[in-house]
Design a protein around this ligand. Structure first.
Ligand SMILES: [Zn+2]
Length: 373
């Protein structure tokens, strides 16, 4: 099979949602710098993300909403009516310099990844993608367009009929679930912290919308139990033609916006277990609000796609990338040395608690029965 492809863009560098926003931090650019410093990007493996066109965005989003997003960027402001209706400039979705171009670029990257893999198969990483809360006509949860939905639609438009969307972000992948609630061709499975925003996803939303709400402190052992006890059996049952994995890094222990306790070994193991389970695989980014843990996690994801093990100690050029970051939240005041010198976290194993065992006891055989093929 052809080597994995990485699709990203320089638009993410120096782009910020504002100094006090959780997305004030650089993420995609740091991930890219780290990958390059490690020598893990061979010529031909990198593609610059195109911006999705307005008609491409309208494949999912309402025309009025996309027009409002374009107006917000052009005016660097939003009128009260648009704010109320579309939640742009509200609810943590600020008007910022690239408020249209940046989401359109993440969408363009995921759509390109879907089109590239649809015919030929293959593996693509789009770390700027994963905006899973975006709604048809509403910004939500720092997401303006839903690039995951647009990529999945591109796979459907290419004729695929058995698609699996997996989501291990700390937050429920509500936008993707809602978009395909009535479409049996796309099965969605979200593993997320229970009782956390957006407060949905406490139970399965139907035969092809699975939700595993996990307790705070969710550890590597528990993630492995769900992977082996539910996710891999689901894949064996569905035999998907394509898998998309939203790999938000906010379920990691050091993330300031969630209370899960995974190490990035959980993410690497999850990716390794599912990346070859279908002929087409797209790995997305997602949440992640500690700049060190995000970049280490996503660079490690790319390494995993390429069969590279994380080095015991990072080479000086990679260490310099991580030492060059600053972070104005509490975790940035006294960052531990291993955030600079390693890529792989120490494992965070623990007991499989009753809440997680209960998820495993759910009757998987019902899953997918409504899917006709
Ligand atoms: Zn999240």
């Amino acid at each position: 099979m052809a080597a994995p492809v990485l699709i990203a863009s320089e638009i993410y560098r120096r782009s910020t949602y504002g100094p006090k926003h959780p997305l004030a931090i650089p993420r995609v650019s740091t991930t890219l710098d780290l990958i390059r410093a490690l020598g893990w990007l061979a010529p031909g493996q990198y593609l610059d993300s195109p911006m999705a066109s307005v008609p491409e965005l309208q494949r999912f989003h309402d025309a009025d909403y996309i027009a409002a997003l374009q107006r917000a960027e052009a005016n660097q402001g939003i009128d009260p009516e648009d704010r109320e209706r579309f939640r742009i400039g509200a609810d943590g979705n600020p008007v910022y310099r690239e408020v249209f171009r940046r989401p359109a670029t993440s969408a363009g990257g995921v759509i390109l990844a879907a089109r590239m893999t649809a015919a030929a198969g293959g593996t693509v990483h789009v770390p700027g993608g994963g905006t899973h809360h975006g709604m048809r006509a509403k910004a939500s949860g720092f997401c303006y367009v839903n690039d995951a939905v647009l990529g999945l639609l591109a796979w459907l438009d290419a004729g695929l009929t058995r698609i699996l969307y997996l989501d291990i972000d700390a937050h429920h992948g509500d936008g993707v679930e809602i978009a395909f609630a009535d479409d049996a061709r796309v099965t969605t499975l979200s593993i997320h912290e229970g009782g956390r925003w957006p407060f949905s996803g406490s139970a399965h939303a139907g035969p092809h919308a699975l939700n595993l709400a996990v307790p705070p402190g969710f550890n590597d052992t528990e993630m492995r139990a769900l992977l082996q006890g539910l996710v891999l059996p689901l894949i064996a049952r569905l035999r998907p033609e394509a898998i998309m994995l939203q790999c938000g890094a906010d379920a990691l222990e050091e993330d300031p916006l969630a209370r899960l306790s995974l190490s990035n070994n959980a993410h690497a193991d999850f990716i390794a277990a599912v990346k070859d389970a279908a002929p087409r695989f797209i790995l997305l980014g997602g949440g992640g609000y500690n700049p060190w843990t995000v970049a280490r996690c996503w660079a490690r994801g790319w390494a995993t796609l390429n069969g590279q093990a994380a080095p015991e100690r990072l080479p000086p050029a990679a260490e310099a990338v991580l030492r060059g970051l600053s972070f104005h939240r509490a975790a940035g005041r006294n960052p531990p040395e291993h955030w600079f010198t390693t890529l792989a976290d120490e494992p965070r194993e623990g007991p499989v608690r009753a809440e997680v065992s209960a998820l495993l006891a759910q009757p998987l055989p019902e899953i997918g029965q409504a899917v006709a093929w």
